[in-house]
Design a protein around this ligand. Structure first.
Ligand SMILES: [Zn+2]
Length: 498
């Protein structure tokens, strides 16, 4: 197996990837909180981990990929200022059951993941389905005196954790002194916590709170950080290989996950922490309030002042591949127009590759060596912390050679059959299996067919209105010959293939 290097956010170093159990990888990625339509930035995060999942599988690892759905416990702000659960709030505002909110947005999320051609994870656990595991984990932390109960809520005891020589802030670099200062700056804090850096493991539900479960401490609900600790431990064990998420989750979410796991299980949950960077729009952070945002749907239809036209999901996916997952990615009209060209070029290159013929001489030419080096390079780039932009650049170099061979600017006799066969295997494998692209040109062809049929039906209608029976019959016979049946109904004319 090839040596894979990953950038570990925990150690802040590029490290050789060595799975805990040979040949197997356990990967946990923090999933969406399902109280609103999925944000394009989240689509980028999950697409990045989809590519990581696909590439690990391509390398031969047996991957168990767990991505949770947060359907309770994600508060709008800090617990001590009375912040509301995001799903509960949406349910109250829309007069729905919280689970109606969850179902609606979880469905929307799954649809969008399919549209972007993401593979489903192996397990997608929901927080509300794991209340028992969460209560058990809280009890363990309480038993170890690293948490305390106050008025029916349970808080993680950060000073006690530090006193036991566990470093808090190891991932984010945040130090307790800063947290105390931040808390002092927050004048609203009427806290029942002992210490500003403590955080809620269990939250007592107020009288009107919709989502509540019985527990030894109160009728209430679990804290968001705890959900991920409980679910990752249940499905991947107390120490697994990769934990991922967006950069914005480093603090406090992942920091607190680490503290909870150390407290309850005696070790950090995962060996490697991978974090993705932000998606920008025209160089700025996306923000609805500043009129600088776009939804995936607007991107597909082009119904946005930021874009000159619509782009297919595969063009958007290809665009996302053009930046490394740890770099910011700037969404602009120009960048998408360029991505569209690049994506089509690769798809056309792949089609041309399928038609190429190599020679049987067996002697390796300079061209064989060049193309062989590029193919190895694609794999090496992906083994270098999943460097998709560099790997793509090599696929484009290969495309230039494929096109030159196909257009006969390069002598096809220079390419050996063995190189060609390897390329015919590797090139589409990277495009479709690793990068998860699909050739959507057949969708485009279908659009053209639909447009042409509309035009033909219109011409037939005009001919009939003008009593031009000759033309009308010609159109009908022509369509019959193509096995296309035209039906005139109340709501207009439709067509189908017989
Ligand atoms: Zn999480």
């Amino acid at each position: 197996m090839h040596q894979l290097f990953v950038y570990n956010s925990l150690t802040k170093e590029r490290e050789l990837f060595e799975p805990i159990h040979e040949g197997r990888v356990g990967m946990y990625v923090c999933g969406p909180t399902v109280y609103s339509d999925v944000h394009l930035g989240n689509c980028r995060t999950f697409t990045s981990f989809d590519i990581i999942y696909r590439f690990l599988s391509y390398l031969g690892y047996k991957v168990r990929y767990v991505r949770n759905v947060t359907d309770v416990g994600h508060l709008e702000g800090d617990v001590d200022v009375g912040a509301e659960d995001k799903i509960s709030k949406k349910a109250r505002l829309d007069q729905l059951e919280p689970m109606e909110v969850v179902q609606k947005y979880a469905n929307g999320f799954q649809d969008m993941m399919q549209i972007f051609n993401l593979l489903p994870p192996n397990i997608e656990p929901r927080a509300t389905g794991h209340i028992i595991e969460q209560i058990q984990m809280i009890q363990t932390i309480l038993d170890r005196r690293l948490a305390y109960e106050k008025n029916g809520s349970v808080y993680f005891d950060t000073p006690a954790y530090i006193e036991q020589n566990h470093p808090y802030g190891v991932l984010s670099g945040r130090v307790i002194d800063d947290l105390i200062q931040e808390s002092r700056d927050d004048l609203k804090g009427q806290s029942e916590k002992n210490h500003p850096s403590d955080f809620a493991l269990w939250i007592k539900a107020g009288p009107t709170h919709l989502m509540r479960w019985p527990s030894p401490w109160s009728d209430g609900f679990p804290g968001w950080h705890l959900e991920c600790s409980a679910m990752s431990t249940k499905y991947l064990g107390t120490h697994f290989d990769i934990h991922g998420g967006g950069n914005d989750l480093k603090f406090p979410h992942h920091e607190n996950e680490i503290a909870q796991n150390v407290a309850a299980c005696g070790s950090t949950p995962s060996k490697y922490w991978l974090h993705t960077n932000m998606l920008l729009l025209n160089g700025r952070k996306m923000s609805k309030s500043e009129d600088n945002s776009v939804t995936p749907q607007q991107l597909f239809t082009g119904d946005s002042k930021h874009f000159s036209k619509g782009f297919t999901p595969m063009v958007v996916r290809f665009f996302m591949l053009q930046a490394h997952y740890r770099s910011t990615l700037d969404l602009t009209d120009d960048a998408l127009l360029a991505a569209e060209k690049g994506y089509r070029r690769l798809m056309e290159g792949n089609k041309a590759l399928g038609k190429l013929q190599g020679n049987n001489t067996g002697d390796a030419s300079e061209l064989d060596r060049e193309m062989g080096a590029l193919m190895v390079g694609v794999l090496e780039d992906m083994c270098d912390d999943f460097n998709t932009p560099k790997a793509l650049a090599k696929l484009f170099e290969l495309t230039s050679k494929i096109n030159a061979l196909s257009g006969q600017q390069l002598d096809a006799g220079l390419l050996s059959k063995s190189t060609l066969e390897r390329l015919q295997e590797i090139f589409p494998a990277f495009l479709f299996n690793v990068f998860g692209l699909k050739d959507d040109s057949s969708d485009q062809d279908q659009d053209i067919v639909n447009g042409l049929m509309e035009l033909i039906i219109d011409l037939r209608k005009d001919a009939r209105t003008n009593k031009d029976w000759g033309t009308a019959d010609k159109i009908r016979d022509g369509l019959t010959e193509l096995s296309v049946q035209v039906k005139d109904g109340k709501d207009g004319t439709s067509w189908s293939k017989i």
